[in-house]
Unconditional design. Sequence first.
Length: 674
Amino acid sequence: MAGWRTEKLQGFCYGGDYNPEQWPEEVWLEDMRLMKKAGVNLVSVGIFSWAVLQPGADNYDFAWLDRLMDLLAKHGIYADLATATASPPAWMAVNHPDTLPVDKRGSRYRHGSRQHYCPNSHVYRDYAARLVRRLAERYKDHPGLAMWHVNNEYGCHISECYCSSCEHAFRVWLEKRYGTIDELNARWGTNFWSQKYYRWDEIGLPAHTPTFANPGQQLDYRRFMSDSLLDCYLNEANILREVTPGVPVMTNFMGSFKPLDYFKWAQHIDVVNWDSYPEPTSGTGQEYAALNHDLLRSMKGGQPFLLMEQVTSQVNWRQHNPLKRPGVMRLWSLQTVARGGDGVLFFQWRQSRAGAEKFHGAMVSHMGDEHSRVYREVEQLGGDLQRIEEIADARITAKVAIVFDYDNWWALELDSKPSADVRYMKSIETYHRALYRANIAVDFVTPEQDLSAYALVIAPTLYMVKPGVQDNLERYVSTGGSLVLTYFSGMVDENDRIHLGEYPAPFRKLLGLCVEEFDPMLPEQRNRIKTADGGSYECSLWADIIRLDGAEAIAHFESDFYAGGAAVTRHSFGQGKAYYVGTQPNDVYVAKLLGTLCEEAGIVPPIAAPAGVEVSVREHADGRAYVFVLNHNAEPVRVELPPGEYANVLDGSAKQGEIELPVAGVAILKRNAE
Ligand code: GLA
Ligand code: ZN
C-alpha cells in the first residue's frame, strides 16, 4: 500500500486501546455513548484477547468479538483490529513449555504476565498464523474493520531469548549471512581468545560468559533478534495482506527503541506510529516526544504518523507516577500534530478494574462517566481534532537532518569500550535538542540514504562506518552540503572491526584531520573549549587529540596536556564543509554552532519565539500552511507574529501582531490570503 489513507481512515484518528473483554456487555453501550460524545473514531481491539478467542488448542470462540465489531460499526467507530498474539493463552505454556522464552542464564520464563513467547518458536508462530487467518477470513468484509494491529509492542519485555530454538535459528541466520565458517571467523576475529569455530553447530548464543563475549557475535545476535521478531510480524502480516489487501497493516513502535531496527521494520508496515510515555514532570517530556516524532515521521518519508498510545493522566509502571498537569495532555497531543501526526490515541479507553494496570490512567476513569477532569480534556481534544481537520495530510519540510543508525547504536554500546558513558541517544539528543529549541525542523536519515535534500546534516558519534557510507557522506559534502561529525566516529566496520590507519580512517580526507589519541573523561571531569571570538564553554565526556591536516580549528581545549589543541574543526571539501566536534560540549556551545551553520545555510525558524515555545509548520501541496505555536512554559507568554493576518484554526479567531498563550496554550495559525 502507498500510504494508509482509505475511505474509512480520513481526517484525524482519535481513540485508544479498547479492552471490553474486561467488562460486562452493559458497559459496552455506555462506552459507545461516551466515545461518540468525545469524538472517538478509531479503537484498537483484541490486543490481549487470545485466551478469550481461543479457549483451547482446537477451540475458537469469536462470538463476543462478532458482537463487539457489530456494535462498533453500528456506532460509526472503526476497529484497529488486533491479531491478539502478544500474550499466548495458558494452555500453550502447559502443552508446549518450549514456546516460553529463556533468559541469559538459561532460566525459562513462566506464563502469567504477558509477551511470554520465544520469537523463534515454530509452535508459537504456527498457532499465531492459524488464529490470524481465522480473524482475517472472519472480519475481512466487516464494515467496522479499518486497520490491522499486529501483535503489540514487539520486544517490549522480551527482546532476547537464549533457548535452543533460538540457538539453532541463529546458526541458520549466520550461515545465510556469511556462507562459510571461514568467513564468519574472519568477520568475528575469532583467533582472539581461542574462539575459532570449525563447525556451525559449535556456535552458541552470547549468553552467560565469564567475561566480554565476542563483539561480532554480540552484534550479530542483536541483528538476529531484531530479524527474528520481524519474522514473527511478517508471519502474521503476510496472511493479512493476502486476505485483506486493501486494509492497512501495522504494529506499534516504541520511539527509538534500541532492540529493533525500526528503519528496517518500517518498510513492512503501512502506518508508522509509536507509543509515547514521557516522564510528565521532568520538564523535558516535550523534547523527548519531539525527537521521537521526528524520528518516526522520517521512517516513511514524512508520511503522517499516528500516536498509537499515550496516557491521559498517569502511568502505573514507574516508581513514582505523577499526573500530567491540566492541559498538558492536550498540549502534547497537539504537539504530535504539529510534528506531523494525523492521529492521537491512548492506552486505554476505560481504566481497568483488575490486573496490573488498574492504576494506569485512561480516557474514562474508575469513576466511569463523563464528569472527570480527564474525560473533559479528552472531549475537548476530540473537538479540537475535528475543528482542525483541514490540516490532516499536510507535511513538514526540513532542511536539516540527523543521521540515525541502529547497527551503529548496537555496536557503540557493546561492552569493553574506551568509555561506558558514551551513549548513542545522549549524543543524538544533544544535537536534536539544539534544533528543537531553536524551532528548526529536522528529519532523521540513515547514513546510506540520499542526503541532497538537506543543507545541513549532523551525524553524531557515527562509530560504525558500513560499506558505501564514506562515499555517500563525501558526495554530500563535495556537492555543497554541510556535515557535522563528532567524537568516536569512523572507528569500525559493520562487524565492529577497526578501520585501520590513523583515526578516523574513513573520514580523514573528508575532515582534513587525524585523531592521534582520545582521552575519555571521568564522570566528574570537565574541560573547556575556547572559540576565536573569546567565548568559553564547558565540555565533558571525551577529548580527541587532533592533528590538523587541512582543516582549521574553530575551538581549542583550554586545559590538560592538550590545552591549545583543536577541539572543533572546519574543513572545506569540494563545494561544501565538513565540521568535527571532538568532545561533548555543553548545550550553549552546540546551540551556537548549529545556529551559525543554519544561518549560513539560510535556515531560519518560522517565528522568533521566546524560550519554551515550540513552533512547527505543516503545509499542504497546494500551499495552505499552518503554524503551530505551543507554550511549554509554566507561565503565559507573548509571541510576536510576522506581519500579516492570521486565523487560529482551533477557534476561528483572527490574529495579528502579538498573541498571548496561557500555560499549555496552543495556537494554530493559518495565514489569510492577502
Ligand atoms: C504499553 C502497552 C500497553 C500498556 C501501556 C501502559 O504501551 O502497549 O498495552 O501496557 O504500555 O503504559
Ligand atoms: Zn528462543
